[in-house]
Ligand binder design. Structure first.
Ligand SMILES: C[S@@+](CC[C@H](N)C(=O)[O-])C[C@H]1O[C@@H](n2cnc3c(N)ncnc32)[C@H](O)[C@@H]1O
Length: 270
């Protein structure tokens, strides 16, 4: 029987699965921001009152972490409604009810009524603003790479570009297929599988992985550095910085148990 390709519906269903929801909710409650995230966020997003947009917020691990760091104008969205509900609970529990959470797909932001969170005391009718409104955007912990299909990832980059103001920074992470000799050896074997046509038939492109472990099923595209540089250039983002997480900060064991090595990317809207 022919196996179906992974689609965004597959990924959304995997993230709405109770096992994944419990995993991300636990991290949001007990882990918070990684040391590397904290450092780069404070470096590249110096204005804590500026309207920021977080894509793929999950259960609010980074969103609520941003609020604890003093960021006051936060809008966060994810396409997995169960995770967004967890994020709302957590924000309420921490007294961070000014954070605006939405269920939205990063590849189709035009259908979401995106607007910066209101400042305390701001009244009047809510404008429906969908372009140039955010002073910065984040897509942390590889969320962008969980969109199947390069064209779809580029669409998400275009969508974030559209809703950000000129010059706005975008911080995101990906894996890096070339980051270690083991990784390079593994991908050489995978190349041979693709040449022979023996790759997992559910995968969309070379670089994709779809695996199952104790936190459920995970789709992930692992790019090389060149691919990301090309995607940024093709979608109107200027590459400003990238570094492996281990080059940015030493993470606690809890963070390393939760997440692998990754590459941070900082781009600016041209
Ligand atoms: C690895 S999780 C990270 C969640 C959270 N940012 C964290 O660090 O705990 C990636 C998130 O990206 C979200 N995501 C993936 N594709 C998306 C899309 N097209 N639109 C919105 N969210 C998406 C997933 O639902 C998931 O919550």
């Amino acid at each position: 029987m022919e196996q179906k390709k992974i689609t965004s519906a597959t990924v959304r269903a995997d993230f709405n699965d109770p096992i994944a929801v419990a995993h991300y909710a636990r991290a949001a409650h007990f882990l918070g921001l990684w040391a590397s995230e904290r450092l780069l966020i404070e470096r590249f997003f110096p204005d804590k009152t500026a309207p920021l947009l977080e894509a793929g917020c999950g259960a609010g691990r980074a969103t609520v972490g941003l609020w604890h760091l003093g960021y006051t104008n936060l809008t966060a969205f994810d396409f997995a409604a169960e995770l967004v509900e967890q994020a709302r609970f957590l924000a309420e529990e921490r007294g961070a009810s000014s954070i605006r959470f939405l269920v939205a797909d990063a590849t189709a932001l035009s259908s979401a009524a995106l607007q910066p969170a209101r400042k305390v005391g701001e009244g009047g009718p809510k404008p429906r603003v969908t372009v140039d409104v955010f002073a910065g955007a984040l897509f942390l912990f590889n969320g962008l790479m969980q969109i199947p299909g390069r064209e779809n990832r580029r669409t998400a980059l275009c969508e974030l570009h559209r809703v950000c103001a000129p010059g706005a920074p975008l911080l995101f992470t990906s894996h890096d297929r070339d980051h270690s000799p083991t990784e390079r050896a593994m991908w050489r074997l995978e190349t041979e599988r693709w040449v022979r046509g023996q790759q997992d038939p559910r995968l969309v492109e070379f670089g994709d992985r779809y695996f199952e472990d104790e936190v459920g099923r995970t789709f992930m595209h692992l790019p090389d550095r060149r691919e990301i540089l090309e995607d940024l250039a093709a979608t109107g983002w200027r590459h400003a910085f990238d570094a492996l997480r281990t080059e940015v900060a030493r993470e606690s064991k809890a963070v390393r148990d939760f997440s692998d090595e990754c590459r941070f990317w900082l781009a600016q809207k041209m």
